[in-house]
Design a protein around this ligand. Structure first.
Ligand SMILES: Nc1ncnc2c1ncn2[C@@H]1O[C@H](COP(=O)(O)OP(=O)(O)OP(=O)(O)O)[C@@H](O)[C@H]1O
Ligand SMILES: Nc1nc2c(c(=O)[nH]1)N=C(CO)CN2
Ligand SMILES: [Mg+2]
Length: 214
């Protein structure tokens, strides 16, 4: 999604969650301290196939992954879903994270070959400073205005950002495991309602198939 289009949605999100844009921008600038660790867009393009599986972190995920035959599509884990995937012996091709999932599992996945997509926002600056030095290579994203090698493909939560990223890199058919927008409370519930709305928007704008696996 172009930033000119995302900006209108971003304004509504800033209002809805009382997020300070200036802090999001500050976080994005801090990511540039790690620019020598950048993964190229070409690397991401090679990873994302036509058919993609995205793992969200709803409590149903574990059951959905247990006893499944291994996937032969691109697998993208959204943050906390990485822990469930790794415990089931699945190494995601990509992990989309704002660094508040289980970092031991995320770093383990990275050691085993997962490429990380690290998102900066005003409320994870400490986590960026703590974890980015420990990551070999990653792609940087922001929800504010993109610049240099800090990208914005659209999306807000780790899960819907994974959908926007997949579509940006050519995915046409996306299966969502571990997505249950009602399975949370308070601020997290509100975030999941945004995730749902944004995934629908992404599907309608790009005419891609998105299946929720139950
Ligand atoms: N019921 C659910 N509970 C948690 N995550 C869900 C659920 N359904 C879908 N998801 C997706 O899985 C993603 C990863 O979940 P995780 O629990 O790691 O969330 P999170 O790191 O707190 O999310 P965020 O940082 O995006 O708020 C979420 O960003 C969301 O898009
Ligand atoms: N500033 C800010 N940005 C975010 C936040 C958040 O809590 N604060 N949470 C997100 C998804 O969980 C994504 N972006
Ligand atoms: Mg997260």
């Amino acid at each position: 999604m172009k930033y000119s289009e995302w900006r209108k949605i971003y304004k509504k999100i800033l209002d809805d969650f009382s997020i300070e844009k200036k802090q999001d921008e500050r976080a994005a600038r801090i990511l540039t301290d790690y620019r020598d660790q950048s993964v190229s867009l070409k690397d991401i393009r090679e990873i994302v196939n036509d058919e993609v599986i995205i793992l969200g972190n709803a409590s149903i995920l574990k059951k959905q992954l247990t006893n499944r035959v291994r996937f032969n599509k691109t697998v993208i884990a959204a943050d906390g879903a990485t822990e469930v995937a790794i415990n089931e012996g699945i190494v995601p091709d990509l992990v989309v994270t704002d660094l508040d999932g289980d970092m031991t599992s995320i770093l383990k996945a990275h050691e085993r070959g997962s490429v990380l997509v690290v998102h900066a926002h005003g409320d994870n600056i400490d986590k960026i400073k703590k974890w980015c030095p420990k990551i070999d290579k990653f792609l940087s994203t922001t929800q504010a205005k993109p610049f240099n090698a800090v990208y914005n493909f659209g999306g807000f939560t780790d899960g819907d950002r994974a959908v926007f990223l997949a579509v940006e890199f050519g995915a046409r058919d996306i299966s969502l495991y571990g997505f249950d927008y009602k399975d949370a409370k308070d601020r997290k519930y509100k975030k999941l309602q945004w995730a749902k709305k944004l995934i629908e928007k992404c599907r309608d704008k790009n005419d891609v198939n998105i299946h929720h696996i139950h």
